[in-house]
Ligand binder design. Structure first.
Ligand code: SAH
Length: 344
């Protein structure tokens, strides 16, 4: 079966050309799949015979809302989506002054093994198809009746561990005949796969790179993030500087504040020294506690002192506002919950 929704218009044209179809069909079908967001049944200007032939050898991977929670505090919506093969993923719809942002998943599960994160607890189930990343956005827009103008690849999974499909997604989502979401409104968050950060820099996309740093040195980073055994902090920071040089985009760093582990004044000082002179921005995230792990969140005072220390090195830092805290929609709390659901 061919995944017809993960094809760019020019790829669709080749695929349909082999079926003896004229070029304009590719644009028509792309528009239905991406801008409108319907399957073969909804394609009213496509001849029935062609629709049936496509149905016979193509899939249109969609996502279906299996459960949904709306925050009573700020209207954040957390979706549990069922995929075509029965896997589950989560997305989070967030309302900001400047527009709505959707935090999407790029894998069902994750194999990176970060010690503080819920998404990795059951390992990696599978990579998502590009179409399944698009479908998360369409499903949220359909459900809320609102436009999504920004996307963050910060849900379940490690985007750079699913490189080809994520790249395809970035090209599809930005397409003027599709969802047409500007790359400048897209952030990709990675735990730091250095080789793929370097590859991404070569693609010349205007997306923001968000790097989950969480520690200023290898010793500490290795105790909380297995990826730190593969790449050193210095190698990672060099790749970020090169990404910045190549794309002109300022890198942002995520730094989870874990009480007594990552939030000390000494570590703030060490981080400040490491990042001094770069254009980056640091997002401090008081760690969200998950029940399987003993990590405790940093105090407000520790977070404020951390910001101050970084600022003394000329680095801008903000403590991230927590949206959807009553529905476990915050960073690192997304998890595969279908077993709980099935049990209900
Ligand atoms: N794999 C990617 C993207 C998904 S995680 C990455 O590692 O960046 C999105 C962000 O949430 C990352 O910065 C991640 O480190 C952070 N995170 C994970 N668990 C968290 C937790 N319990 N509290 C706060 N942030 C967490």
């Amino acid at each position: 079966m061919t995944d017809i929704k993960s094809m760019l218009p020019e790829e669709l044209a080749v695929f349909l050309g082999a079926k003896g179809q004229p070029k304009y069909r590719a644009d028509q079908i792309f528009k239905w799949l991406h801008a409108v967001g319907v399957g073969f049944d909804g394609m009213t200007d496509i001849p029935k015979t062609l629709r049936e032939s496509l149905r016979a050898d193509c899939i249109v991977p969609d996502v279906e809302i299996a459960a949904k929670q709306v925050s009573a505090i700020d209207g954040t919506v957390k979706y549990l989506f069922r995929l075509y093969d029965g896997e589950y993923i989560e997305s989070v719809f967030m309302r900001y002054h400047h527009g709505n942002t959707l935090c999407i998943s790029t894998q069902a599960g994750c194999r990176m093994g970060c010690k503080f994160c819920a998404s990795t607890l059951r390992g990696l189930k599978r990579n998502l198809l590009a179409a399944e990343m698009i479908s998360q956005i369409q499903a949220a827009m359909r459900d809320t009746g609102e436009r999504v103008s920004g996307v963050v690849l910060m849900g379940m999974g490690e985007p750079l561990d699913n490189y080809d499909n994520v790249l395809k997604f970035l090209r599809l989502v930005n397409h003027p005949k599709g969802l047409n979401i500007g790359h400048r409104h897209i952030s990709l968050s990675t735990c730091g796969l250095v080789d793929n950060i370097r590859r991404l820099a070569e693609e010349d996309l205007q997306i923001t790179l968000s790097v989950s740093l969480h520690a200023p040195n290898d010793e500490l980073r290795q105790t909380i993030m297995p990826i730190a055994n593969r790449y050193s902090v210095d190698e990672l920071l060099q790749a970020c500087r090169d990404y910045e040089k190549r794309t002109g985009r300022r890198t942002s760093f995520e730094y989870a504040l874990i009480s007594g582990v990552t939030d000390t004044p000494e570590l703030a000082e060490e981080l400040g020294k490491k990042l001094k002179g770069s254009l980056c921005h640091v997002n401090l995230i008081p760690v969200n506690e998950i029940k399987e792990r003993a990590f405790r969140t940093a105090s407000r005072a520790a977070a404020a002192a951390f910001v101050k220390k970084l600022e003394s090195f000329g680095i801008t830092a903000t403590v991230r506002r927590k949206l959807g805290s009553d529905i476990s929609a915050a960073c690192g709390q997304l998890r595969d919950e279908h077993e709980t659901l099935v049990g209900e």
